[in-house]
Design a protein around this ligand. Structure first.
Ligand SMILES: *Cc1c(COP(=O)(O)O)cnc(C)c1O
Length: 375
């Protein structure tokens, strides 16, 4: 069986976790601080704040951006459901924008049409690692005085116009779930160069506590913490951070290897007339967190039949990116949006296996089956 995805974890990560366990400092502490400093340096931002996952990173980003009851936040429906949920957590309303058919990324023109006096922010998603057009949204947010938040859950190691994702705007949220590019089991990170956001995020993730454990324990004077606002427990642990530090060292290599496999797929499948392959425009550099193929109307096999036939041959696949507005949770809230491009893309795309390391026989057998079923 060829799986869809596999994290790249080695003895390095196992040893790092082992050492933290035996150090007795297992919750947020020195390893979290080290991971944050290294991650900020890697993306080129001033600060990074480690969190329990990307969903909590998005939630806190909404809060520091000032999103709350009565506000609207524009985002794509076509994304993992956590994107839209993070807006609902603040009692604000997600307003769903269409995506571009070729990149699955949020369409700036449609987003602009959805702006109302209630709009507070735009939450863009770098879809399965492919950067959205950040400059277009930076301009739009300036023009209408809105906050920009980036859901970069899948985009660690991707870049836009020569700079790493995480360096362009003030609230960029990453995920370290095993299905993403690097993993800490679960885990998340916000990168920012805004000092005010940085300080508020650190308070919010740890119960609003004015002094964190690491500082208190290393002080030679007695210190008493205060709780200055109603915060959360959204901490990352030092066990996770130690794994993350090792993963970060491998990130650029993992992305390069993923891109080599993606190029093999593209070269082998580009002549099949009934499919569309991922397109990387000038200035956009993707980590290929997923490799999604769109099936055109002239395909002689339906998407679901193709998935079943590949499964019969021992190849795992998944549907393309979901649409949040079609899930029961959102239908129950009264969402009925008709987003033809998002819906068509979700219904007619298939994600094929891509992980590191992937052996050549497996890559070749996926290519062979695809050609047999579609040519
Ligand atoms: C995975 C994912 C999330 C959620 O990340 P977690 O770390 O699992 O909370 C949010 N947005 C997108 C686009 C994702 O792919």
């Amino acid at each position: 069986m060829i799986p869809l995805a596999k994290p790249y974890l080695t003895e390095d990560e196992a040893k790092a976790a082992h050492d933290v366990v035996l150090s007795n400092w297992v919750t947020q502490g020195p390893k979290v601080q080290e991971f944050e400093e290294k991650f900020a340096k890697y993306v080129g931002s001033k600060y990074a704040v480690a969190l329990s996952n990307c969903t909590t990173a998005l939630h806190l980003s909404m809060i520091v951006a000032g999103v709350g009851k009565g506000d609207e936040v524009i985002c794509p429906s076509m994304s993992y459901i956590a994107t839209a949920n993070s807006i609902l957590y603040t009692s604000a309303t997600p307003v769903f924008a269409e995506v571009d058919h070729k990149t699955y990324n949020i369409d700036a023109k449609h987003a602009e049409q959805l702006i109302t006096p209630k709009t507070k922010a735009i939450l863009i998603v770098h879809q399965i690692g492919m950067p959205a057009d950040i400059d277009a949204f930076t301009d739009l947010c300036k023009k209408y005085n809105l906050k920009l938040i980036e859901d970069a859950a899948c985009a660690a190691g991707s870049s836009y116009k020569g700079e790493k994702i995480g360096s362009h705007s003030e609230l960029v949220c990453f995920s370290f779930h095993p299905r993403k590019i690097i993993t800490t089991g679960d885990g998340g990170m916000i990168t920012t160069s805004n000092e005010e956001y940085y300080n508020k995020l650190k308070l919010l993730r740890q119960h609003g506590m004015s002094i964190n454990d690491r500082v208190r324990h290393s002080s030679d004077k007695i210190l008493f913490e205060e709780h200055v606002l109603v915060g959360y427990n959204y901490r990352m642990t030092d066990v996770q951070a130690a794994i993350g530090i090792k993963q970060l060292e491998k990130l650029d290599w993992i992305v390069q290897e993923r891109r080599k496999i993606a190029m093999q797929y593209i070269n082998a499948l580009k002549d099949i007339d009934c499919i569309e392959l991922p397109i990387e425009a000038q200035g956009f550099y993707t980590n290929y967190q997923s490799f999604s193929i769109y099936l055109k109307k002239n395909c002689n096999v339906s998407r679901n039949d193709l998935m079943q036939k590949l499964l019969d041959k021992g190849i795992a696949t998944r549907r393309g990116i979901m649409n949040s507005h079609r899930e029961k949770a959102y239908l129950d809230l009264g969402y009925k949006d008709y987003l033809p491009i998002s819906e068509d893309a979700a219904d007619n795309s298939i994600v094929i296996p891509l992980y590191v390391p992937m052996n050549a026989d497996d890559i070749n057998s996926i290519i062979k089956e695809f050609k047999e079923l579609l040519l």
